[in-house]
Design a protein around this ligand. Structure first.
Ligand code: 2AL
Length: 165
């Protein structure tokens, strides 16, 4: 975690490093850095959210490379791995049966859409996640890309809120 002052004043490379774990979309990272300095945290969050609005399928594919499956916590000390572990803490603590239901749901989702099921896990119980998974499986391919992008936006903004305070 760094302060807004540090983010505003550090060199571009260090600033990008501080937010790179928020989302693996290079353009979002470089544009957020290029818009510095930010007057306050609210402006930073507004610009960060605005920069997510142009995302499409290509951006989703890029971002998903950095997201483990729900229920599969990454090991390691990278900022991405640490963020994922925190976000997925409730899923890790759930019972064996729910874990197995999520594992099977992930498989069904991947067979249907050929990508990892993405959901903002923070603030959701394993039961919420399973219910959302079932709903997402009912969507068309185009609808589910939009749903995935919405989840990606939420994860990105939440990570940014933690990264710069
Ligand atoms: C994740 C993750 O790592 N954090 C989160 O909120 N969602 N992964 C996923 N496949 O949805």
């Amino acid at each position: 975690m760094i302060s807004l002052k540090q983010f505003n004043e550090s060199d571009a490379q260090s600033a990008q490093q501080a937010i790179a774990h928020c989302v693996a979309i290079e353009a979002w990272q470089t544009e957020l850095v290029a818009h510095r300095p930010y007057r306050d945290i609210a402006t930073l969050h507004r610009v960060a959210a605005e920069l997510t609005t142009g995302w499409g399928e290509e951006a989703l594919t890029s971002a998903l490379k950095a997201h483990p499956r729900i229920g599969e916590q990454p090991t390691g000390e990278s900022s991405e791995a640490q963020a994922s572990r925190q976000e997925q803490a409730a899923v890790q603590q759930t019972d064996k049966q729910s874990k197995e239901a999520i594992r099977l749901g992930n498989l069904r989702y991947e067979q249907r859409f050929q990508r990892v099921f993405l959901i903002r896990a923070k603030g959701r119980s394993p039961q919420d996640i399973l219910a959302a998974l079932e709903q997402r499986l009912q969507l068309s391919a185009a609808e589910d890309i939009e749903a995935s992008l919405q989840q990606l936006r939420e994860i990105t903004v939440l990570r940014l809120q933690e990264a710069i305070q």
